[in-house]
Design a protein around this ligand. Sequence first.
Ligand code: OXD
Ligand code: MN
Length: 617
Amino acid sequence: MFKDFNLDTHYLIMDLIPGILKERLSSSEIEKLSKLQNHQLVNFLNSVVGLCDPESVYIVEGTRKDLEYVKRKAIETGEEIRLKNENHTIHFDPPLDQARAREDTFILGSKIPYVNTKSREEGLQEVISILKGSMKGREMFVGFYSLGPIASKYKMLAVQVTDSPYVIHSENMLYRNAFREFTNNEDFLKFVHSKGSLDIKKRRIMIDLEGVVYSVNTTYAGNSVGLKKLALRLTLNKAVNEGWLSEHMAIIGLEGERTHYITASFPSGSGKTSTSMLGKLISDDLAFIRNVNGIARAWNPESGVFGIIHGVNPKDDPIVWDVLHSNDEVIFSNVLLLPDGTVYWEGSGDHEPEKGVNFAGEWWKGKRDGSGKPIPPSHPNARFTVRLNSFKNLDLKYEDPEGVEIEGIIFGVKDYYTLVPIAESFSWEHGVITMGASMESSRTSAVIGKSDEMEFNPMALLDFISVSLGKYLDNYLSFGKRLSKLPKIFSANYFLKNENGYLNSKEDKKVWLRWIVERIEGKASAIRTPIGFIPTYDDLSSLFYKVLSKTYKKEEYEAQFTIRLKAYKEKFERVRSVYAGIDDVPDTVIEIFNKQISDLNEYINRFGEKVSPFQLS
Ligand code: OXD
Ligand code: MN
């Protein structure tokens, strides 16, 4: 379990400035905090106040008055601007702070391959010195949340401290308020955020796996909203130590003879949100999966969506579109603010406006940056923040304390070159290693840097892995061994191309999901290929007709499901060499790669670089 607030310096701060918390609290806030009688909490807050030196502290108990207060402060401080629809606001992050800052984010502790680490002492000293006095003259907000349904015995409590009303407003929308749960002195995760001076050179996100995360000089939610991707590093570590899974996955209910729940792991920006809109929505981004009496069951730690808005349009994303045009609360971030108080984003299908205000200031059509590059009206990683209960496809089981039974897992990538649109693994081990641990995907705009380069991204967790990949995979494999009913594992790729461009339309994913249901129900057959099972032409042609009223041509099927043997083999060789270079990777992992590659070699000898599904059926 997470230890008490563990900063060695903490005690120092406490000694130097005891009782400072009390000085900064008004009598109404003292009254709120007193309801909890939580020593760990008071000690923690006292040390943060001592360090960051805010002028006052506001306790978000979660009453309507509190929520309104936070929203008002977000507007008064200019962190949000009210839109024409008065339940909607827009927030801008600084131009160089539009995505997750991989290079400035560190796991504190010893070196781990593929993870950005820093020694604990050095990391803490660095971030503490930046945080010192960072909230001077500002109000500090304290929010209390639960990761997972409050009624679940598996929930995890967390506290967010921040000087940004936008950050606490986002948390209030994205997480379940759990103020009252703090009366029982349970452990809780701790997130300390200050926007500081927004000096990008001093942007730091330090993750102490003992349960505290510090984030400073950033406002982009992926760096600042603690319970989202910062908590994921902590819960992943905890999950690996305790034998469960904390994953970057959507949870979706698919209709068949009954509702079948699946989880879906995709790197940001490669189809996860759109996939989760095609079924009953439990989660669009994160999943906790546990073994309950031999069954894999999943929960959404969140209660809201921080989604990519680029490309959201009424035809392809009708549900999200409706949410964004409803009277429910929405925070838009880094889209274009129009003179009439509405917003515009690229790919919405609306006419590109002439002018407005965006993350880089005044914007007009044709505006270029210092290096002559056109500035888009909205950032490719522009976002919307909304509550889950705004979605008409929300499945009320998302609040079920027992979670939902998981019968399938999708590992999806954005891969133009290699992977077939949908395939099923031969076994848990085969799926975990050749589909999950082998994920390579085109880099997303959710991370600062060049997008569209292919990168190794196992389980879409590259940025969130906080333990060694060997230990992580070992846990995954043994998790499966302990289940009495194994979910089926699928690989998905919505982005396969040939020389003429994309091979699938956006709506084809509905057919793949339908095939998954039919596989779970034992209704669809499949063709055995060296990389797993693929659908038959006959099944797909009937599903394309049933689901999309479309005639599915043999040529389309053949182009989509021809196994690119050589490309697959090269991919597995690349990934095997990554794992072979990591000390604690279980032997089975390398054995599975060896077998996979030798099977592919055998097919290459028989068929050449590619094999048509018709040659295999
Ligand atoms: C997200 C991300 O915001 O993964 O969900 O970047
Ligand atoms: Mn995500």
